[in-house]
Design a protein around this ligand. Sequence first.
Ligand SMILES: Nc1nc2c(ncn2[C@@H]2O[C@H](COP(=O)(O)OP(=O)(O)OP(=O)(O)O)[C@@H](O)[C@H]2O)c(=O)[nH]1
Ligand SMILES: [Mg+2]
Length: 259
Amino acid sequence: MGGTTSQHCGTTVAPSNESARADEVWPCEPRPVTRVALIVPALNEAVAIGEVLRAVPPNTVDDVIVVDNGSDDGTGEVARALGARVVREGRRGYGRACLAGLGATLGYDVLVYLDGDRSDDPRDLRRVLAPLLAGQADLVLGSRVRGNLLPGAMPPHQRVGNWVATTLVRLLYRVRLSDIGSFRAIRRDQLLALGMNHPTYGWPVEMVVKAARRRYRIVEVPITYHPRIGVSKVGGTLRGSVRAGWAMLGTIVRYTNGA
Ligand SMILES: Nc1nc2c(ncn2[C@@H]2O[C@H](COP(=O)(O)OP(=O)(O)OP(=O)(O)O)[C@@H](O)[C@H]2O)c(=O)[nH]1
Ligand SMILES: [Mg+2]
């Protein structure tokens, strides 16, 4: 950990090159320091979370927060043992977990979310953060469709649901996207301004449509998507898929009227 660094103003620094004097004091100009927190919502992902955390490249984020959404398989303990900060959210729901993660990020500038089942690849973190840190985007979305969708990672019905959701977003909000997944980065203040409140699977699309309404610059970057480790709770089950699809479509329609 320990990502983007700053020069501390007013401090005496050792010269980094021939021309600098040994007693040179850096001027107290405000320097932008971008502090990045990674948030990983996790419900019963003990078999996957270790691999997720170990795959986070060094110096990409300043803090790793695992939101343990009431797991009973020791997910939180595994995450803590690997150095993550574990936040508990007892009420189930993907959106509630994401919101609890947001609540634990005071002092951070940029937040990046990815799933705890190892389907998202933390080795894509730099790629997802890059447009945001370069000031070229307000919301960066990892696109599995434009990226490397590994065999078995996304069942056919999930692809169809994704196509329906992205088509509706294009027609209703005039934003052209290839995918609405969960790996994304956004400035913390801009996320707070959205007033996120979907408790479950509507959260990812809520962020997208609210950002679109506010004219945030939304940029997609290709990412790799693996088959999840462990048992599928949503995409691989009919019940989970229907509930997730319903929450997504309801959320897309809901905010067309500015609710
Ligand atoms: N399903 C579900 N996932 C949660 C919840 N809280 C946190 N999560 C985590 O949110 C991430 C995404 O959930 P997943 O279950 O992987 O959802 P999915 O990717 O749509 O579907 P599957 O991977 O097929 O289960 C995972 O890291 C979960 O552990 C919750 O209440 N329900
Ligand atoms: Mg998953």
